[in-house]
Design a protein around this ligand. Structure first.
Ligand SMILES: O=c1ccn([C@@H]2O[C@H](COP(=O)(O)OP(=O)(O)O)[C@@H](O)[C@H]2O)c(=O)[nH]1
Ligand SMILES: O=C(O)[C@@H](COP(=O)(O)O)O[C@H]1O[C@H](CO)[C@@H](O)[C@H](O)[C@H]1O
Length: 321
């Protein structure tokens, strides 16, 4: 285990700057365990096929299941995902009869329900030229060690606005909001480099036992709940190199940040006004305001959902002894 010796706040104890395992070692280490990859996708027709293509070489060996969980896309996301070799599941198909709500947390929650792998890997669908090493790196600690239950990827994050790129300007909410707040409120997690990153892997046993926060709060919710449940020793992080994705305008990230703060405060028992975030805009001498809705309603642990639990029991009984 390569300890990342940073000056100041130490990294997580389980930090790998580079994956030390060969692909063949990982496949051998599965020992009957299965791996499902879930790509949450809302209108990602431009990038979803490229993300899938970075993974299909591992399909049938390291990866057993590759699912795009369609978040209600209105573009050609589903068609392009199927053509690239993924299975596409809608939110309704993932949990029939359970009314759908908006947001990323809903899609990831249903992504766990729609798959069966012992290990579940989440990768965003808006990535630009992701490496084929992403999934092997993320599942490595889960296959090769005994005590890790959640593995977060970390990376350099370029920020491209228009024609200009700052090679380390990305992860704006991470850098300006979440990591400073974690340092102040949960210093044991100050060494998590990309707490919001959309590339992470976890055991199904963990994910089906956790609630899923709504919208963009899902990542910080899963991280804090895992920490409260199992401690920092169960959390690992691994270097993936550079991660490019669609960079949203700061105004949209402010709304994202508000939802993340609401989830953080709820997990830490801190009072939150519950007020939605107001965006101001002026035109001439006119002032307009938009209040973004805030949700505080988590999705319950899947294992408490009879529909899911019975499906798991049925699946278990259909497995060869
Ligand atoms: O309601 C949503 C919001 C986001 N996403 C997906 O979640 C990932 C990350 O979302 P986004 O790119 O908006 O977040 P960012 O990376 O910009 O912070 C992407 O694959 C989105 O398509 C989704 O499936 N449903
Ligand atoms: O890390 C962040 O600050 C934000 C925005 O990243 P950029 O400033 O656009 O590179 O993106 C993350 O947050 C989202 C909400 O949790 C996740 O869904 C994304 O996967 C993650 O990239």
């Amino acid at each position: 285990m390569n300890r990342f010796d940073a000056v100041g706040t130490p990294a997580l104890a389980a930090t790998w700057v580079r994956p030390p395992w060969r692909l063949a070692d990982l496949v051998r280490a599965k020992r009957g365990r299965t791996v499902s990859v879930v790509l949450p996708a809302l209108d990602e027709e431009d990038t979803v096929a490229g993300v899938i293509s970075s993974m299909t070489p591992h399909l049938g060996s390291l990866i057993d299941e590759l699912v795009v969980l369609d978040s209600g896309s209105s573009d050609r996301t589903a068609q392009r995902a199927r053509s690239a070799g993924a299975t596409v599941v809608s939110r309704e198909e993932a949990l029939p009869g359970v009314p759908v709500v908006r947001g990323k947390g809903e899609v990831l929650w249903r992504g766990v329900a729609a798959t069966s792998g012992d290990i579940v890997v989440f990768v965003d669908s808006d990535l630009v030229e992701p490496g084929s090493h992403f999934v092997p790196a993320l599942v490595g600690p889960l296959l090769m060690t005994e005590d890790i239950e959640l593995v977060k990827g970390f990376y350099r994050r370029p920020l491209t606005i228009g024609d200009s790129t700052d090679e380390d300007g990305g992860g704006r909410v991470t850098q300006l909001t979440v990591r400073p707040l974690l340092t102040a409120l949960v210093p044991e997690l100050a060494g998590v480099f990309q707490p919001l990153g959309g590339e992470y892997a976890a055991t199904r046993q963990l994910l089906e036992s956790l609630r899923f926060a709504p919208g963009y709060g899902v990542e910080i919710g899963l991280l804090l709940d895992t920490y409260h449940r199992l401690g920092a020793a169960a959390i690992g992080q691994i270097g993936l190199g550079t991660r490019r994705h669609r960079n949203r305008p700061t105004s949209e990230l402010a709304v994202m940040s508000r939802q993340i703060i609401a989830t953080m405060f709820s997990r830490l028992g801190l009072h939150d006004s519950g007020a939605g975030f107001t965006t101001f805009a002026t035109a001439g001498n006119q002032l307009s305001t938009t209040v973004a809705p805030l949700s505080l309603v988590d999705r319950p642990p899947l294992i408490t959902l009879e529909k899911y639990a019975s499906a798991v029991r049925h699946h278990a009984m259909s497995q060869p002894v």
